[in-house]
Structure formats: C-alpha cells, structure tokens
Unconditional design. Structure first.
Length: 273
C-alpha cells in the first residue's frame, strides 16, 4: 500500500501505535520533527497518516507547524490517530479543521488510550498498563480495515459526561489537579518548571531526545529554553531520573513504552529520517 505515516513521539506511546499501523498497511514512517527543518515537503503517497499524542486535549503545536510544510494534501486519503492519557474530547475534530486549512480532508480519525505520562498525574490512574496495550491490540484491526477500505467520515471523540464523570476519571484526576494548582498558587509557575537535581551526571540524553532542541548543556547541566513542547521526553528518558518538574515528579515512577528504545527516540531527529 502506498502510504506514509507522519508521527510525533516523546515517550514512545505514539511511535508504538504508528509502527503497528505501518506494519499492517506497508506504510513508511516519517518523523514529524524531520519535516520542520524543511521549507516544503512533497509526498507522492496516496495515503497519508498522522499519529500524534494529545497535549491539553489537542494536537501538539509541532504538528500544526508540520502541516503547513506538507504540500499536495488534496486528493489524498488522510487519516489520524491520536493517543491520549486522560480523555480526547474533540481533538480529532480540531485536527480535521487544521487539515482542511492546509488543503486536505481528514477521512477518518481515531483515539487510542495509552498510559499517561504527563505532569502531576499517576501514570494510568490505576488502570493496568497491560490492559491499555491489550485494548489497543484489539482496536488495531478496525483502524487498519478503515484505512485499507478507505472509509470516510469516522471521527472519534469523547462523550464528556460518560468518560469524565461516570468512568470515575474526574474523581481520580481531581486530587492531582488540585495539587498542581496548589503548587502553582504558592510558588508560581516556576515551581513546576523542569530542573536537574544533583544526581545529574551531564550525560546530555535530555538534550538529545528533546524533539525541538529546547535543552542546552551549560557547564555540564541542562538548561531549558522557551519553546518546550511538553512531551516529557527529557524527564522520562533521563537514565539517572535526575530531571524533575518542580517537586511534582519527585519519587514518581518514570515511563516509556516498553517496545520503544532510547535509540528509537533519537532516530526521529536524524535529518535523513
């Protein structure tokens, strides 16, 4: 199948999903970060996929920038798969509008629940990771069939009342949310900023995995600049677990998808990927 899948990943959830789809439709994986350094990107594939995580219930800004660089989206079969840790809300509908602004039409969009790796929350809100992985494997054939049959008009979104209230998600999320807001109220936004603790050995992995080059090393220690995309790759991949987001992540378990390696994350930044 003549297909390209553009993906963005920080801790591997999205890359794992993109790989699974690509293997079944014989698609070529293209890191979204490899697109950003180019003026324009031409694609000859008949099928174009976008696989990305949701940040603040919508596609990351880096994806919006990439869309403006990809030409000839018209007359392509375009699909999207968004991974999320909380709830997806109407992220697919918002992304559909973005695709249309850039000359394409989103034929189908899906959402996939994966272990959460964001600020201040338990990674899976008590749901076993293996169950989320099993749920994904069960959903995968439906997505693949939709793409192979080039079906139109499938756009997944949340039932907010059902997913957020009746599932108990609101009550599990509320304590963590209150904690984050409390920390900010007392210490300001700097109190949840990234920092490196004494355990940092200056290895530079954080700077290497940052997809937007927002981290530099000064005197052997990481310094964060002003264009973070909030992928949490630096925090989750630090081999010494020395990077913290204020005090909110101290003592918290680190996470990356088990099928994804550090080298996989580094590969997406290669110019010729």
């Amino acid at each position: 199948m003549n297909a390209e899948i553009f993906y963005f990943t920080g801790t591997g959830n999205t890359l794992s999903v993109a790989r699974d789809i690509a293997e079944r439709i014989d698609g070529r994986l293209v890191p979204i970060v490899s697109v950003l350094g180019k003026e324009k990107v031409q694609t000859t594939s008949e099928i174009i996929g976008f696989v990305f995580p949701l940040y603040h219930f919508e596609a990351p800004e880096i994806l919006e920038k990439a869309l403006t660089k990809i030409e000839n989206l018209e007359n392509k079969y375009i699909f999207a798969v968004a991974t999320y840790g909380l709830i997806p809300l109407d992220a697919i509908q918002k992304f559909k509008a973005s695709v249309e602004r850039n000359g394409g039409n989103l034929a189908a969009g899906f959402t996939v629940n994966m272990p959460h790796n964001g600020l201040g929350f338990k990674i899976t809100f008590g749901v076993e990771r293996e169950q989320l992985y099993r749920d994904w494997r069960e959903k995968l054939p439906t997505i693949v069939n939709t793409i192979q049959e080039r079906k139109q008009g499938v756009y997944e979104k949340s039932n907010i009342l059902k997913d957020f209230v009746f599932s108990g998600l609101m009550f599990r999320a509320l304590p963590s949310l209150i904690r984050v807001l409390g920390v900010v109220a007392v210490g300001g936004w700097d109190s949840i900023s990234f920092k490196a603790e004494d355990g940092c050995n200056g290895c530079g992995v954080c700077a290497q995995v940052c997809p937007v080059n927002n981290i530099i090393l000064e005197e052997g220690k990481p310094v964060w600049l002003d264009h973070c995309t909030l992928c949490f790759a630096c925090l989750q991949w630090c081999p010494k677990e020395a990077i913290q987001a204020g005090n909110l992540t101290t003592g918290k378990e680190r996470y990356h998808h088990p099928s994804v390696t550090l080298q996989d994350i580094l590969e997406q930044k290669k110019p010729d990927s």
